[in-house]
Design a protein. Structure first.
Length: 253
């Protein structure tokens, strides 16, 4: 090949520049506290990013940092995210991290398994409309590296069963949980009735999301809170290592 041939243009942010062999400008400029070129951040300049942005809303607090090489540091976002999850509340304590719930923006209560949202609340009602229902975004996580359960080691999860509600009573809610479970391991999961079967087993930390609609009860103008209880269980191939997690979703008028 002719070494004198002109270098091919490289497109960066829509601008054609010549690649002449020297380090990209992002390396040269990194450290000046100003985002340049393809830098994701630079020092104190994180481009307005928040932990909510980086976690699709599941981490409502935390601080986005910047690494010395101008890549985003999301360690604090991860810390806040893990702390916000609701671990399994049934089964051996050493298995509690095998199944945990997350909910975007919903309010916690004294009842640990409960998360509440108001109809039309932009922080938690995903349709952001006053339509006599709350659209929750939920997350189902498996094998969570949860610092609250230091003795909990990742399991070989082969099955996720939806225990509540029953399919015949509330097919939409069951479908939402099944979707979250399948989305956590799309290449390994298949649906089987009210369960998701994983082959090969899920052995790493993974989460899947879905939305679930919780309508208010009663008539318009005289509405009462709507409630849905979700209970799911993970198990290994022996059927002896199990974790059951409960999530109560409440939509308030």
């Amino acid at each position: 090949m002719d070494s004198r041939r002109a270098a091919a243009p490289v497109v960066v942010l829509g601008i054609a520049v010549l690649s002449l062999g020297w380090p990209a400008c992002v390396r040269a400029a990194c450290g000046d506290n100003r985002i340049d070129g393809v830098e994701a951040c630079d020092g104190t300049d994180v481009g307005g990013k928040t932990c909510a942005d980086l976690t699709s809303g599941f981490a409502q607090g935390g601080v986005v940092g910047c690494n010395p090489d101008c890549t985003v540091n999301a360690d604090d976002c991860r810390r806040v995210f893990l702390a916000s999850l609701l671990p399994a509340n049934n089964g051996a304590r050493k298995n509690r991290c095998h199944l945990e719930w997350g909910v975007v923006g919903a309010e916690a209560s004294r009842r640990k398994t409960r998360r509440s949202c108001g109809d039309g609340d932009r922080a938690c009602d995903q349709d952001r409309s006053f339509n006599n229902a709350c659209l929750f975004r939920i997350q189902l996580c498996m094998n969570v590296p949860d610092p609250r359960f230091a003795s909990c080691a990742p399991g070989k999860i082969v099955r996720l069963d939806v225990l509540s509600p029953k399919l015949a009573k509330d097919a939409k809610s069951v479908s939402a949980v099944l979707s979250a479970g399948r989305n956590a391991a799309p290449d390994q999961a298949r649906l089987s009735g009210s369960a998701v079967v994983m082959s090969p087993p899920v052995t790493d930390f993974t989460c899947g999301t879905a939305t679930i609609d919780v309508p208010l009860r009663g008539e318009t103008g005289r509405a009462r809170p709507g409630k849905v209880r979700l209970r799911a269980r993970t198990s290994d191939n022996s059927g002896r290592v199990k974790a059951t997690a409960t999530l109560d979703l409440v939509c308030n008028p």
